[in-house]
Design a protein around this ligand. Structure first.
Ligand code: NGO
Length: 542
C-alpha cells in the first residue's frame, strides 16, 4: 500500500490506553468541580432539538421533560438476542465518554429501553419516545432498533463520541420521533482495487456509514489494477493479481477469513455487503494472473495506471465460464447478502455482440448460486435477468439514447439504484482547488450532491423501480482513511438523507444548518472533512 505517502491528512492515531484516559478524565472532572454522577452544572446546555438529526426523521413531536443518562442508567431489552446485541453496541458506544457502567438487563423499567414489537415500522423504521422517566426505542425488526440508536446518538452532545470521560450532562430532549426510510437501498461503495484498504480501514468506514443509517456497503473487489479477494480455485488472482495498485504500491488482498470478518462487522452495524467482480472489462489483474483467460493465450503485465476500457475476458472461450463460475461460487459462499454485482461497465474492448453473449451466460450463474444480479447500467444494453438491479452512473450530459435504455429497462421491471456521477460520486472534486479526486463528471459541491430527488431523476421511470441511492468512492487518487473521509464528508450524510428522508421534508437551507452541527461530532470522532463554504460551520469549522 502507498499509505503514508503524500497523505493529505493523517490516518489512524496512536491512542493511549482506555484506563489511563479514564483516570485523566476523572481528574479533569474533579478539577472543574463536576461530579462523576453527572451533576448538572449551573450553565447546563439545552438538549439537542429532536429534529437536529441526519437523515431527517419522518416525523418529530417535541414535548415534555428531557431524559438524563446518569451513573444509575440501565439499558433494558426484552428477550431477543438481536435486541441485546444492539443494546450492547449502544452501551459500548456510551461507556467511554460517560464513564458509566450502563448494564444491559432484561428486566426492570425506566432508563433506556429497546423493544421489539409489532407496529407501523417496516423493516428498518422505529419510534423513539423520550421523557423524564426514560427513553424507549420501539421497532419491529432489530435493524429498526439499530437505526433508532443512531438517532439517540445524534440527540446526545457530540462529546459522547469521544473515548475519554467527558463532563456531560447527557440529556435527550423530550418528545417522540417516528421514522422509517424512503428507500431500502442506501449504499456507499468503496473501490478497494485501485488502492487497497485494510480490514481495519474498511471497518472504520463502516462505522461512519452506520451513523447515517446507510445499509449497503458495495465493495469493488476487482479491476485492472488489482484483484482483492482470495479465490481458492484460482489462487494467483489474489497472490499475483492483487500484488500492486495504482502508482505501483504493493496492493494487497483479503483472505477469506478477513473478508468474512468485514461481512460480520458490517452485519453487526446492519449493513449488507454487496461484493463486485467487474466483468468482462476492467479485468487486467485477472488476465495478468492467468494466461489462459486471454484470447491470444498471452498474459499482459500487471497495470498500475488509471486508463479504463482496455481489457476484456475472452468471451468466445469456454474456460472463461469455468473461471466465472468458480469465482461466483466461492464469492456467493462468502456472502450472506442477497446480491452479487457483476460490473459490466466500460467494456470498450468487448464487441457489443460478445457483451450480450457474455451477460446472457453469466447472469444465470449468479442465480444458480442463489444471488440477485446487480450491474452497472450498461447491462441494459444486454438483457438484464428477471429481478436484476442496475446501477445508473450517468450524468446530466449522458445521451438521451442511453437514458432511454435505462428508463425502458425500468419500465420492464428492472430495479434502479441511482448513483449519478455528477451528484453522488464521492471521488469527484468539490471545486477546482480540491487536492484529491477526479473531475470528469464536473465538480460536485455539497449542495449539488444533496439537492436532487431520486424519484424525479429519470423521467418515465415508474415510482417503484427506484430502489434507492448509492454513493461510490473510486480510489484512483485516494490512498488512506483520512482521504476517504475528506471526500466522503460532508457529502455522504447528504446522500444518506436523499435515500432515507421523504422528498417533501428536504430543504437545503435547513439541511445546511443541521449539517454544520455535525462538525463537532466529526471532530470528536477524529473524522476529516472538507470545510465547504456552502455550509455555515461556525466555530466548529476551525
Ligand atoms: C467510472 C468507471 C470507473 C472509474 C470511475 C471514476 C464506473 C462505473 N466506471 O464509473 O472505473 O473508477 O468512473 O470516477
Amino acid at each position: 500500500m502507498a499509505h503514508g505517502r503524500d497523505t493529505l491528512v493523517r490516518d489512524g492515531r496512536a491512542r493511549p490506553c482506555r484506563r489511563t484516559l479514564r483516570l485523566l478524565g476523572s481528574l479533569l472532572l474533579v478539577g472543574t468541580g463536576l461530579s462523576m454522577t453527572g451533576a448538572v452544572p449551573a450553565q447546563a446546555t439545552a438538549p439537542t432539538p429532536l429534529d437536529r438529526v441526519i437523515p431527517a426523521p419522518a416525523s418529530v413531536a417535541p414535548g415534555g421533560s428531557p431524559y438524563r443518562i446518569t451513573r444509575g442508567t440501565h439499558i433494558h431489552v426484552d428477550g431477543s438476542p438481536e435486541a441485546r446485541g444492539v443494546a450492547e453496541y449502544l452501551a459500548a458506544l456510551l461507556r467511554p465518554s460517560t464513564g458509566y457502567r450502563l448494564p444491559v438487563t432484561d428486566h426492570g423499567a425506566g432508563g433506556i429501553r429497546l423493544r421489539l414489537a409489532q407496529g407501523p415500522f417496516g423493516a428498518e423504521g422505529y419510534r423513539l419516545d423520550s421523557g423524564r422517566g426514560g427513553v424507549t426505542i420501539t421497532a419491529a425488526r432489530p435493524a429498526g432498533l439499530f437505526h433508532g440508536v443512531q438517532t439517540l446518538r445524534h440527540l446526545l452532545p457530540a462529546a459522547v463520541e469521544k473515548d475519554t470521560v467527558q463532563p456531560g450532562p447527557w440529556l435527550i430532549a423530550g418528545g417522540t420521533v417516528q421514522d422509517r426510510p424512503r428507500y431500502g437501498w442506501r449504499g456507499a461503495m468503496l473501490d478497494v482495487s485501485r488502492h487497497f484498504f485494510t480490514v481495519d480501514q474498511v471497518k472504520r468506514f463502516i462505522d461512519q456509514l452506520a451513523l447515517y443509517k446507510i445499509n449497503k456497503l458495495h465493495l469493488h473487489l476487482s479491476d485492472d489494477q488489482g484483484w482483492r479477494i482470495a479465490i481458492d480455485s484460482w489462487p494467483r488472482l489474489a497472490t499475483y493479481g492483487g500484488s500492486t495498485e495504482v502508482g505501483g504500491g504493493p496492493g494487497g488482498h483479503y483472505t477469506k477469513a478477513q473478508y468474512k470478518e468485514i461481512v460480520r462487522y458490517a452485519a453487526s452495524r446492519y449493513l449488507e455487503v454487496v461484493p463486485e467482480i467487474d466483468m468482462p472489462g476492467h479485468t487486467n489483474a485477472a488476465l495478468a494472473s492467468y494466461a489462459g483467460l486471454n484470447c491470444d493465450g498471452v498474459a499482459p503485465p500487471l497495470y498500475t495506471g488509471t486508463e479504463v476500457g482496455f481489457s476484456s475476458l475472452c468471451v468466445g472461450e469456454e474456460s472463461t465460464y469455468d473461471f466465472v463460475e468458480d469465482v461466483v461460487r466461492e464469492l456467493a459462499a462468502l456472502t450472506p447478502g442477497r446480491y452479487l454485482h457483476i460490473g459490466g461497465d466500460e467494456a470498450d474492448s468487448t464487441s457489443h455482440e460478445d457483451y450480450v453473449k457474455f451477460m446472457d451466460r453469466v447472469q444465470p450463474v449468479v442465480a444458480e448460486y442463489g444471488k440477485t444480479v446487480v450491474g452497472w447500467h450498461q447491462l441494459t444494453g444486454a438483457t438484464p435477468a428477471t429481478g436484476a438491479l442496475v446501477q445508473y452512473w450517468g450524468l446530466d450530459s449522458t445521451s438521451a439514447e442511453e437514458k432511454a435504455r435505462v428508463v425502458k429497462a425500468a419500465q420492464e421491471g428492472t430495479g434502479l439504484i441511482l448513483s449519478p456521477a455528477d451528484r453522488v460520486y464521492l471521488d469527484m472534486k468539490y471545486t477546482r482547488d480540491t487536492p484529491l479526486g477526479l473531475s470528469w463528471a464536473g465538480y460536485v459541491e455539497v449542495r449539488r450532491s444533496y439537492d436532487w430527488d431520486p424519484g424525479a431523476y429519470l423521467p418515465g421511470v415508474p415510482e417503484g423501480a427506484v430502489r434507492g441511492v448509492e454513493a461510490p468512492l473510486w480510489t484512483e487518487t485516494i490512498e488512506d482513511s483520512g482521504q476517504v473521509e475528506y471526500m466522503a464528508f460532508p457529502r455522504l450524510p447528504g446522500v444518506a438523507e436523499v435515500g432515507w428522508s421523504a422528498a417533501g421534508s428536504r430543504d437545503w437551507e435547513r439541511y445546511k444548518v443541521r449539517l454544520a452541527a455535525q462538525a463537532e461530532r466529526w471532530k470528536a470522532l477524529g473524522v476529516e472533512w472538507y470545510r465547504s463554504p456552502q455550509v455555515p460551520w461556525g466555530a466548529a469549522g476551525r
